[in-house]
Design a protein around this ligand. Structure first.
Ligand SMILES: [Zn+2]
Length: 673
């Protein structure tokens, strides 16, 4: 009943949106470099609402400093080598092989394309080029990409992988300007358009329908073909309605441990759907879609939130308990959703959240060399072992091992997009020919402002430090705005522009500097990072500073397992990790003013920024052992609720950033004074 009403509403609203936007030419053609836009005579019948910011074309942003080291570590780890030995990529049916031919190879390419172009890695780019050209060359005459089964006309076929492949291929087009790829995606979308009339979306395709809007919008903004917007509306009408789902109560209830798997509470679907409102809003601007993403994130925080800014799902939404898991696919998809929200709506809180997830939950799930990853991470993760007693909702006993494909291979295929897309989205173009710093990491971005080439560089050890230095260089004097995101958590933030007196910045806003840029100018930014104590599940405490969350540093003993399985030869083995130091401490802390009992220690940011040795900052706190807090179900037991008593000696405890600590306690019971 509901679905029919909604479909009719969409049709009417689309007509309304058309009238509303008819006078607004999208910023696309004016601000977005179009390297190979084919000349077509067709005029758009309708328009897409322009986004607040446009991501720069792939390759315009280069990582520097610690971020360059991190991306190089990634390319030298599993990401840059998976196609050499992992059957589901190396022998994928997408490349003419006999292994998996659905989501895995497109997932891998979706991450390594931005990785290779951001690093300008010639060898990796050449290999990717061969895979993508193979896909394009083997497209069928009817437009379907080759692994689409011959009998899909008569039998059901879940179209999710086709949506994903389109999203992946348009990135390749953006990076290379290869017009054959643009035409291949256009033909694939035509086939999809016809296919949806025959086999409406179901299962994964239905719950991830909005991913299809990404290639549809990309091709539409370059060709103006009106049928593409019809396709977008069809996807929306056949797709699952998350706005309606989040009006109900079911999503607020943690899935029972060893409980029930549901499409609607699947953690990866959830992380992806955070951007559904933004994509939908571009198609048909409505207040419902405009406010939904922030509301959805708020509900996830309240009922499933973790200190890292993520929510649990192992693999369905699992509540706030810090021993429940968060799947790596959900981490990288949530990051991409936040990047999309920042681009479409330009709201600064999405940037705060993006950094929080990228600087904590993302690196935490990888071994420091990025040759192994976890399926599920835990905020209180004191051991990672093959654990038949586990209490995940539906995942298996190996889900928090560090390995090649612990539990299931989806994350092995999908995890690559995390760092590269984060790096590619640090700077975005504003509609008035300026540039916005939406997230901060050492980087250089090149863009064009009304014909003047401009380079902006950020030198910093942020998020391990409070100071950032931006250099703006332009070939000739030019006037354009520079927007700086001021995080909501900072107090007393300042900017000194080109040696002028310091200005104070308002937290939670974009600070706009519009001036004549002389040719070279420096901006010194300072975002003071006051130590914060956050109250969490069972009244436990987590320590935070800027975008970083701190965890107790534990001694780690890594033990190889599964060495006899195929494709487990080093360096990509599977590992159990056990603690070699005690973990069961309560923290003695003044919640209002944690700095009185915690000493911060700045350390050099290591060659490997997200390893215990490389931690660029540490917090020395005080605590006592809680002998009653022990292991349960092979993990740390739930944090004992309320204030705790302990007769044990007061000890100095070293906390390091969450992403550096592969074993950790993040939510500590609080000690009574
Ligand atoms: Zn996964």
């Amino acid at each position: 009943m509901h679905r029919i009403e909604r479909r009719e509403f969409i049709r009417d609203a689309a007509a309304g949106a058309c009238a509303l936007l008819a006078r607004r030419r999208p910023a696309a053609s004016a601000t977005m470099p179009q390297r190979s836009a084919p000349s077509r005579s067709a005029k758009p019948a309708r328009e897409l609402a322009p986004p607040a910011f446009r991501p720069l074309p792939l390759g315009s942003i280069r990582p520097q400093g610690w971020l360059a080291r991190q991306l190089r570590i990634q390319a030298d780890g599993l990401s840059g080598h998976l196609d050499e030995f992992w059957p589901d990529v190396a022998r994928s049916r997408w490349f003419g092989g006999d292994a998996e031919g659905w989501e895995r190879a497109p997932y891998w390419l979706d991450g390594v394309i931005p990785l290779a172009w951001i690093l300008d890695d010639t060898a990796l780019k050449a290999r990717i080029g061969r895979y993508v050209e193979y896909i394009a060359a083997h497209q069928r005459p009817d437009g379907w990409l080759a692994p689409y089964p011959e009998d899909a006309v008569s039998k059901p076929y879940d179209l999710w992988a086709i949506l994903l492949a389109g999203k992946m291929l348009v990135q390749y087009h953006e990076a290379t300007g290869d017009d054959r790829i643009l035409r291949a995606v256009e033909r694939s979308l035509r086939a999809l358009h016809g296919g949806l009339a025959r086999t409406p979306l179901y299962d994964w395709g239905r719950f991830r329908w909005f991913e299809g809007l990404i290639p549809v919008f990309y091709i539409y903004e370059r060709t103006g073909e009106p049928w593409l917007l019809d396709l977008a509306h069809t996807l929306r009408a056949q797709g699952f309605d998350y706005v309606e789902l989040y009006r109900g109560e079911d999503v607020t209830v943690p899935t029972p441990r060893r409980g029930l798997w549901k499409w609607t509470k699947h953690v990866v679907n959830t992380a992806m759907a955070v951007k559904a409102g933004a994509l939908s809003w571009r198609l048909r601007p409505s207040q419902d879609d405009r406010v939904f993403p922030a509301r959805m994130i708020g509900l996830l925080d309240r009922f499933h939130g973790q200190a890292t800014g993520m929510f649990t799902g192992d693999e369905c939404l699992a509540g706030r308990n810090p021993v429940q898991g968060t799947e790596l696919c959900a981490v990288v998809e949530f990051l991409y959703s936040l990047e999309t929200l920042l681009s479409v709506f330009g709201d600064p809180p999405f940037g705060d959240r993006l950094e929080r997830v990228a600087y904590n939950a993302l690196p935490a799930a990888f071994s420091p060399d990025m040759w192994a990853h976890q399926y599920d991470q835990q905020a209180n993760q004191v051991q990672c072992t093959i654990n038949p007693e586990h209490m995940w909702t539906t995942n298996g006993p190996e889900s928090n091992l560090f390995g090649l494909e612990p539990n299931y291979g989806c994350c092995t295929a999908n995890m690559h997009q995390g760092w590269p897309k984060f790096a590619a989205g640090l700077w975005m173009k504003t509609p008035d020919e300026g540039i916005a710093a939406v997230a901060y990491a050492p980087s250089t971005a090149r863009f064009d402002s009304r014909g003047t080439p401009v380079t902006v560089s950020l030198a910093t050890d942020y998020p391990f430090r409070e100071t950032l230095r931006i250099t703006v260089e332009n070939g000739r004097p030019a006037r354009f705005p520079l927007l700086l995101r001021v995080p909501a958590w900072t107090e007393g933030a300042t900017a000194r522009v080109a040696g002028l007196p310091e200005q104070s910045l308002r937290p939670g806003t974009f600070h706009r500097i519009e001036r004549e840029w002389p040719g070279r100018a420096e901006i010194e930014l300072r975002f003071p990072m006051k130590l914060r104590a956050a109250l969490r599940y069972n009244e436990a405490v987590a320590l935070e500073r800027g975008p970083l969350v701190f965890s107790l540093e534990l001694g780690e003993t890594w033990t190889r397992v599964h060495a006899d399985l195929p494709h487990r030869e080093l360096p990509h083995g599977d590992f159990e990790v056990r603690p070699s130091t005690p973990w069961n401490y309560g923290l003695l802390i003044d919640m209002e003013n944690p700095a009185t009992s915690v000493r911060l220690e700045e350390r050099p940011v290591g060659e490997n920024p997200f390893s215990p040795e490389g931690a660029g900052v540490a917090a020395i706190a005080e605590g006592r052992k809680l002998p009653g807090w022990k292991l349960a179900h092979g993990w740390a037991a739930e944090t004992p609720p309320g204030l705790q008593e302990s007769g044990e000696a007061l000890e100095k405890l070293t906390l390091i950033p969450y992403g550096c600590a592969k074993l950790r306690v993040t939510e500590f019971p609080r000690l009574r004074k």
